[in-house]
Design a protein around this ligand. Structure first.
Ligand SMILES: Nc1nc2c(ncn2[C@@H]2O[C@H](COP(=O)(O)OP(=O)(O)OP(=O)(O)O)[C@@H](O)[C@H]2O)c(=O)[nH]1
Ligand SMILES: [Mg+2]
Ligand SMILES: [Zn+2]
Length: 251
C-alpha cells in the first residue's frame, strides 16, 4: 500500500500499470510504502498509554526515516495545562506535537494541517483513538471505533489497514493498535542517535563509544544532573539501551 506506479494510458478511461517506482521508505508493520511521517498517538487517561511505548515508536520512526509527529489525544479528559506538561519534554527535544480531542474537536484543524501533502501512518496503543481521530478529520468516514475493555485498555478494534485521504493531498493509514513493538536490531552505541536530545550532546562526551550510562566525562549525564535533560526521557533511554544490548548479544 502506498506504492507509486507508472501508468500507461491506453484509451481515455483505460490504463495499465506498467511498474512500481522505487520506494522512498518501506515499513513492514504496518506494510506501507513511501510513508513520510509517523503520527504517534498517545493518551494520559483511558487508556494511560505508556511513555516507554511512545519513546520506542519514536526510535522506530526515526530509524525508518520518517518524520515524527506526537499527537496527545483525549485532552478533554485532562485538567488545563495537563497536555503542556506531558508534551514539554518532547517539544524541548525538537519533536512536533499536537494536542487533540476527537470528542470535542480540539486540535483537529491543527492535526489536519500537519497531515497535508504527505503520507502518514498512525501508530499507538489500542484504544488511544486513532480511528476516532480519522473520523473527526473526515466527518462521514464512520470508521469503527471500540470501547475500552474491563481492564481499561483498548480491544484492537481496527483489524485491517487502509489509506485514507483526510487532508489536502494528505493520506493517512489507520492501523491496528500495536500490541508489541520490539526495537530494530542495532549496535547499542547507535541507540542515542535516534534520541535527538542525546544525539545533540553526544559529540561532547569524552569517549566516542560513550553509551551515556556511567562513562567518565559523559556530557549527557552532566546534562541530566543539571536538569537540562528530562529525567524520564533519559531513564527510558536506559531501559531501551538495556533491551538493545540484550538483543545484540544474540547476534
Ligand atoms: N474522551 C475521549 N474519548 C475518545 C477520544 N478519542 C477516542 N475516544 C474513545 O476511545 C475509544 C477508542 O477509540 P478508537 O478510535 O477505537 O481507538 P483506536 O486507537 O482506533 O483503537 P484500535 O483500533 O483498537 O487500535 C472509543 O470509545 C472512543 O470513543 C477523545 O478525544 N476523548
Ligand atoms: Mg482503530
Ligand atoms: Zn556520554
Amino acid at each position: 500500500m502506498g506504492d507509486e506506479v507508472r501508468v500507461k494510458v491506453i484509451t481515455p478511461g483505460e490504463a495499465a500499470i506498467e511498474g512500481i517506482l522505487p520506494r522512498k521508505t518501506q515499513l513492514e508493520r504496518p506494510p506501507v510504502a513511501n510513508a513520510d511521517q509517523a503520527v504517534l498517538v498517545t493518551t494520559v487517561r483511558d487508556p494511560e498509554s505508556s511513555l516507554l511505548t511512545l519513546d520506542r515508536l519514536l526510535v522506530q520512526a526515526i530509524y525508518q526515516g520518517l518524520a515524527a509527529l506526537i499527537c496527545l489525544n483525549k485532552v478533554d479528559l485532562l485538567a488545563a495545562g495537563g497536555a503542556d506538561g506531558y508534551l514539554a519534554p518532547y517539544r524541548r527535544a525538537g519533536f512536533r506535537t499536537v494536542a487533540t480531542s476527537a470528542t470535542t474537536g480540539q486540535g483537529i484543524a491543527e492535526l489536519r494541517q500537519e497531515l497535508a501533502g504527505v503520507i502518514s501512518v498512525l501508530a499507538g496503543e489500542s484504544g488511544v483513538g486513532k480511528s476516532s481521530l480519522l473520523n473527526a478529520l473526515r466527518p462521514g468516514l464512520a470508521l469503527r471505533t471500540g470501547n475500552l475493555g474491563a481492564t481499561g485498555r483498548g480491544r484492537h478494534t481496527t483489524r485491517h489497514l487502509e489509506l485514507l485521504e483526510v487532508s489536502e493531498h494528505g493520506l493517512v493509514a489507520d492501523t491496528p493498535g500495536l500490541s508489541l513493538v520490539s526495537l530494530p536490531a542495532m549496535p547499542p552505541g547507535r541507540l542515542a542517535a535516534y534520541w535527538p536530545e542525546l544525539a545533540e550532546l553526544a559529540p561532547d562526551c569524552r569517549f566516542r563509544t560513550c553509551v551515556h550510562r556511567q562513562e567518565p566525562g559523559c556530557r549527557v549525564r552532566a546534562a541530566r544532573g543539571s536538569g537540562e535533560l528530562d529525567q524520564g526521557r533519559y531513564e527510558r533511554y536506559l531501559s531501551l539501551l538495556r533491551e538493545v544490548e540484550l538483543a545484540d548479544r544474540r547476534y
